[in-house]
Design a protein around this ligand. Structure first.
Ligand code: MLT
Length: 263
């Protein structure tokens, strides 16, 4: 990641390195509550690191072809630059896809894994075509308005979510750049199935899902938890796709429980 006026990486706490990988098309800012509270009351239970991923927030997009492998290698470079050899990765949705790509490409650097509101299976042909439709449309229009309408309509958040949170999510989506949205859509469309990689992992894992998540539903979470050799599944009641934002206390408790298993 190159430097810019705004930070591309947020950090708080000391202890076990925990990297939080944000969802599409949000920035690392979505992890504010986790950055503040996961390190614990004395701030020494975890070194929480939340990077803006390529193209989002303040991170430049660059010009490599779209691939989640590139995003996973960005993360390995980031760990190198921070002097971190092994880390626990926690990815929500697209962040989970990147965490699985990292597990495939850099398995020795993974100390534990949190997969939240994500899935290990590939896209259907229809989902891939839909991603390409969105990528082409945002590039042609030079605006992410179409994505904003469609994403919010997809029940990213559970019905009845606090309007302030809904507005904050809208704002974060509106800030995404069309080029980054197109790149990430194409990268996600090309991702392989990761169930075999999950089955081969020996590190402690946690799978977290909002009960009302319709984007990456409970059935997908169960599949990942069953594939992993040492996983605990947390289903958060009355919560949608963005479980870390909708139910931060429950989410953080599940992450902190995983960190204890890693120590
Ligand atoms: C996300 O929240 O990161 C996206 O819903 C992932 C996806 O589009 O598959």
């Amino acid at each position: 990641m190159t430097s810019s006026s705004a930070p591309t990486v947020r950090e708080n706490g000391t202890g076990t390195p925990l990297v939080l990988l944000h969802a599409f098309p949000l920035p690392a800012r979505m992890w504010e509550v986790q950055l503040e509270r996961v390190p614990g009351p004395a701030g020494d239970d975890a070194r929480v690191i939340a990077p803006d991923q390529r193209g989002f927030g303040a991170a430049p997009l660059g010009d490599p072809p779209p691939s989640l492998d590139t995003a996973a290698d960005d993360l390995a470079d980031l760990l190198d630059s921070l002097g971190v050899e092994r880390a626990v990765l926690a990815g929500l949705s697209m962040g989970g896809y990147v965490a699985m790509a990292f597990a495939r490409r850099h398995p020795g650097r993974l100390a534990g894994l949190v997969l939240a509101d994500t899935k290990a299976t590939t896209d259907t042909d229809a989902a891939r075509a839909n991603r390409e439709r969105i990528a082409a449309a945002v590039l042609e229009r030079g605006s992410v308005d179409l994505l904003l309408e469609e994403r919010m309509a997809e029940n990213l958040l559970a019905p009845g979510t606090d309007p302030e949170l809904t507005d904050a999510v809208r704002q974060m989506i509106a800030e995404a750049s069309p080029a980054a949205v197109a790149w990430a859509q194409r990268a996600m469309a090309a991702r392989p199935d990761s169930l075999d990689e999950l089955a081969a992992l020996e590190v402690p894992a946690a799978v977290i899902v909002g009960e009302l998540d319709t984007v990456t539903p409970l059935s997908e979470a169960r599949m990942m938890a069953e594939a992993l050799s040492d996983a605990e599944l947390t289903v958060i009641p009355a919560v949608g796709h963005l479980s870390s934002l909708e139910a931060p206390e429950t989410f953080n408790a599940a992450v902190r429980a995983l960190l204890k298993r890693v120590k």
